[in-house]
Design a protein around this ligand. Structure first.
Ligand SMILES: *Cc1c(COP(=O)(O)O)cnc(C)c1O
Length: 425
């Protein structure tokens, strides 16, 4: 039997050496605006910092720790796998990769899977696949364009910051790769116009639309059903590949396994990463056979789909299935939204809207006040609740999918206490 580290006395009783922030900043490149705590260990939906302070974790490594922290199924799977074999390269067949791909194909609209290590990489693979498909299947397209949404987020590589429809991620990194154009989210007329405008003969035309079923970083904005239905139709009529970035909303977070199931339309290509292996790095690009245009040598990744990451993902997915965690996501999500709406109603001058699916939810701060999401994140952290901003005005709630009724209750009570303090000042 594999012992959970939490049953291991040495971990819970040993004193953690004091954390030295200056020393950390002395050598780690400062690309992050970090909150001033260091997390030492976790169990379920709880985290403890290096000073021993306890937090309820409604961030889950940014919608990533699907099964929370130190989950026995994940511990068992990765422990067994690393003892047996952790990495070999895609020079050889990797049985665990095949098993994971089969699970994903059996539980999605896709037929084939490519594995990589992150969301950005999965989106890079999708961008390359769209271009390769246009190159091989669409005659005379010299300038293939991929439409993406404003306020989207697709990653931090050069191609994915360009796909990301937010200038702040692009500034200072010119020249950016060509072949992207932007439209407002949930607005079908602008998509129709963009396709018509760009379609000068067949040389420069839209060949792909890459979009999130629910915009995560852009402020927890769910896709509109009618809009997505029309998008699917436009793509079918114009030989455009529809790509869904499911990096944040996929793997059960929305209350369904995939975000697109909330919209009633299937993509041609979809990408996954964050929650897929519950916090072990992995990314995946899935597509239908009809657009699987890659040939041997077209794309690759050294680590992609290695036995270790695949074993972790299989443990996460099998646990989701066996323990009917999607049902928990739906009921806990509903519970959370009811409570957040009550809070928003109690403080109408502070909050304007509550929105989300399953366990990805946001509360939007009123535009008329100075209070930002970061202010609230800091205040809640003081009270022992971890939350993440989704832009300057939206507070995001993305707990582990195993969160309990009591924990949702506790989190909303902490939030109420935090807000009542702020409202008094
Ligand atoms: C986080 C995120 C990404 C980028 O994932 P990384 O693993 O950080 O590269 C891409 N798309 C969406 C929707 C995301 O939420």
């Amino acid at each position: 039997m594999i012992q959970s580290p939490l049953l291991d006395d040495s971990l819970t009783t040993s004193k953690t050496p004091e954390f030295d922030r200056d020393r950390f900043d002395g050598s780690v490149m400062q690309t992050y605006g970090r909150f001033p705590i260091a997390i030492d260990r976790g169990e379920g939906c709880r985290l403890w910092d290096t000073n021993g302070k306890e937090y309820l974790d409604f961030v889950a490594g940014i919608a990533t720790c699907t099964l929370g922290h130190a989950h026995p199924a994940l511990i068992a799977a990765v422990t067994e796998q690393i003892k047996k074999l952790h990495h070999v390269s895609n020079l050889y067949y990797i049985p665990e990769q095949g098993e994971l791909a089969e699970w994903l194909v059996n539980h999605s609209c896709a037929d084939k899977v490519f594995f990589c290590n992150s969301g950005a990489e999965a989106n890079e693979a999708a961008i390359k696949l769209v271009r390769k498909y246009a190159y091989t299947h669409l005659d005379k397209v010299e300038q293939p364009i991929i439409l993406t949404a404003k306020a989207s987020f697709h990653g931090r590589t050069l191609a994915t910051i360009t796909a990301t429809g937010q200038e702040k991620y692009q500034q200072g990194f010119a020249p950016l790769p060509e072949g992207f154009a932007y439209v407002p989210y949930n607005d079908i007329t602008t998509v129709e116009n963009a396709i018509a405008d760009l379609d000068e003969g067949t040389l420069r035309r839209v060949v792909g639309i890459m979009i999130e079923p629910l915009q995560g970083e852009g402020g927890v904005r769910p896709g509109d059903l009618e809009y997505f239905l029309r998008l699917r139709k436009i793509c079918d009529e114009n030989q455009i590949l529809l790509v869904f970035d499911e990096v944040q909303v996929g793997i059960g977070r929305s209350g369904k396994l995939w975000g697109y199931e909330n919209l009633g339309v299937e993509p041609d290509i979809l990408t996954s990463a964050k929650g897929l292996a519950g916090g072990i790095p992995i990314g995946a690009m899935l597509c239908k056979d009809s657009c699987a245009a890659f040939e041997p040598g077209n794309h690759a990744s050294t680590f992609g789909g290695n036995p270790f990451a695949c074993a972790a993902a299989l443990a996460v997915l099998q646990t989701l299935e066996q323990e009917n965690i999607l049902h928990n996501v739906q009921t806990r999500g509903e519970q959370l939204r009811v409570r957040l709406r009550a809070i928003a109603k109690q403080y109408p001058s502070l909050f304007s809207e509550v929105r989300g699916w399953g366990l990805i939810n946001g509360i939007e701060l009123s535009p008329d006040i100075d209070l930002t999401s970061i202010d609230l994140v800091k205040a809640a952290m003081e009270e022992g609740l971890l939350l993440a901003p989704a832009g300057p005005k939206v507070l995001r709630f993305v707990p582990p999918l195993i969160v309990s009724e009591a924990e949702v209750d506790e989190a909303t009570k902490i939030l109420e206490a935090t807000i009542s303090k702020i409202a008094k000042n």
